[in-house]
Each structure stands twice: as structure tokens, then as C-alpha cells.
Design a protein around this ligand. Structure first.
Ligand code: XBP
Ligand code: MG
Length: 262
């Protein structure tokens, strides 16, 4: 089946947003509401096992501050902290503080030019996605994506496949016509759970995770003069991850029993 659409995860895939983007925004929100919580980068790496900011706050409190969860109105308090966190994160984006990963802008431009549909499947808040795209690619860049599936539009976040099902339905495509780009084991479980061939782009937080079932695993997509670094899978003679290579991986990954890396 022909590749018709590429579905991108956001955090960790389009940009390295977590350690120096979301994490300080959470900490600023905690300080604002008078909580003495502080998430250092090691702890934050562990907390990333829980996708979704509100879910991550709740999971942290369960372990480290159970009294917080016993307060009356705690769900409103979590929503308030998370809304503050989103404001801090957006301010950082607007200040140009979070660049895209190498090769992302190049690949998006080529994919558009060659008529592929683009979509987003992420657990983060929609405003964060739009802010990231506009800050880095221009004021209309969110319009390049036919479908943006984000945050609470589904009840079960990654590793559940629900966000991918939501996106596929709106793209009006079957999983076989799509390829997903993810950065984490949770994200890979979600895309594979929806039956989508997936390329993984690792980052410092996810590089030691297991990516069985991915058609390829890379450190980066590569830029002119700086070839992509492939950890698993076959990039052939391609020095950069471009649309031709995505098409090749999509084809390979679609062949039963020959698709994934182990
Ligand atoms: C990303 C997330 C998000 C972000 C924070 O996971 O889990 O929660 O860390 O964003 P993925 P919010 O890349 O797998 O989609 O605070 O807006 O949830
Ligand atoms: Mg991710």
C-alpha cells in the first residue's frame, strides 16, 4: 500500500521539549501555587513514564505528597497547576526557547511538497503544539497539518492507541496508508497498537528504552553535511531521512513478519 500520510508525535520527536521546556514550566507552576515540589531532570525522566501533564502531577503526588491528593477540590487544583504550567511553557515557546530537532523542518517541507498528508498525535495540550509549530515554522504552520490530535481529546493517553485511532478516523485513512514518527516506548506502543508502521527518533531520555517492532530507530533525521545516525534498521545509501526513505521503511514495515527491528 502507498504511503499517504505521516503522523508525528510532538514531545521528544518534533523537538526536545521535555527537560528544558515542560520540566521548568511544571516547576514554575508549583512555585506559583506555593508547593515545595521540584522536579530535577533525573526525577523528570522517571516521571515521563506517565504521559500527560495532569496525570504526571497526580502520579507524583501519589508517591511523594499523598496529603495533597486528600485535599478537597484536588482535581480543580491539578487543573489550575496544569493551566499555569501551560502558560509558562507557551511563554518559553514564544521567546524562541524551544527549537525543532535537526531535520524536522526539512522533512516537513519535503513531505508537503510531495503531497503527503501531515498529522499530529500527541498527549500534550493542543495550544503547546500550535505554539511550537508557529514559533519555529511561521504563523500558518499549524495549518500544514490536516489533523492535530492532542491532549484530552481521548480519555486514555499513550501508550493506549486511542489518539492514533482518533487521528486515523479524521484523516479518513487506514493504518496501512500511514507512517508514525515517535520518540518513546510509550509512543511506539500507541502507534503500533493502532497498526501503524513506526520510525523511532530517540533522545537523551528515551535512548535506552526498548523499541521492538519499530521499522527503524535513529538518533536524528540528518541535515545537509550531517548524515543521520541509524541505531537499528536499514537506511541503505540514504544519508538523510527523506520522503523516499520513509516510503521505503513504510513498505518494509508493511510486509508481515519482516517489518520490525528487535
Ligand atoms: C508527551 C507528554 C506530555 C508532555 C507535557 O508525551 O506526556 O504530557 O510531557 O505536556 P508524548 P502536557 O510525546 O508521548 O505524546 O503537560 O500538556 O500534558
Ligand atoms: Mg514523545
Amino acid at each position: 500500500m502507498e504511503l499517504e500520510a505521516v503522523i508525528f508525535d510532538v514531545d521528544g520527536t518534533l523537538a526536545d521539549t521535555e527537560r528544558d521546556g515542560h520540566r521548568p514550566a511544571f516547576n514554575a507552576a508549583f512555585a506559583e501555587v506555593g508547593l515545595d515540589w521540584h522536579w530535577n531532570d533525573v526525577l523528570y525522566g522517571e516521571l515521563l513514564a506517565i504521559t500527560g501533564g495532569k496525570e504526571r502531577i497526580r502520579a507524583f503526588a501519589q508517591l511523594h505528597d499523598p496529603d495533597f491528593l486528600a485535599r478537597p477540590g484536588v482535581e480543580d487544583a491539578i487543573r489550575d497547576i496544569h493551566a499555569r504550567k501551560t502558560r509558562h511553557y507557551l511563554a518559553q515557546l514564544e521567546g524562541g526557547g524551544i527549537p525543532l530537532r535537526p531535520g524536522i523542518a526539512r522533512l516537513l517541507a519535503e513531505a508537503r511538497q510531495r503531497g503527503l498528508h501531515l498529522a499530529i498525535a500527541t498527549t500534550t495540550t493542543a495550544d503547546n503544539v500550535i505554539g511550537l509549530l508557529r514559533a519555529n515554522l511561521g504563523p500558518n504552520a499549524d495549518g500544514w497539518f490536516e489533523v492535530i490530535g492532542a491532549g484530552d481529546v481521548v480519555a486514555s493517553k499513550k501508550p493506549a492507541p486511542d489518539i492514533y485511532h482518533w487521528v486515523l478516523e479524521r484523516l479518513e485513512l487506514g493504518p496501512g496508508a500511514c507512517l508514525a514518527l515517535e520518540d518513546s516506548a510509550n509512543g511506539l506502543a500507541a502507534s503500533l497498537g493502532a497498526g501503524i508502521v513506526t520510525v523511532v527518533l530517540v533522545n537523551e531520555y528515551t535512548r535506552n528504552q526498548a523499541f521492538s517492532g519499530a521499522v527503524a530507530v535513529l538518533f536524528d533525521l540528518g541535515e545537509a553535511g550531517k548524515p543521520c545516525r541509524v541505531l537499528a534498521g536499514d537506511a541503505g545509501e540514504h544519508g538523510l531521512v527523506d520522503v523516499d526513505l520513509l516510503r521505503r521503511w513504510h513498505h518494509l514495515g508493511s510486509i508481515p513478519a519482516s517489518g520490525g527491528c528487535n
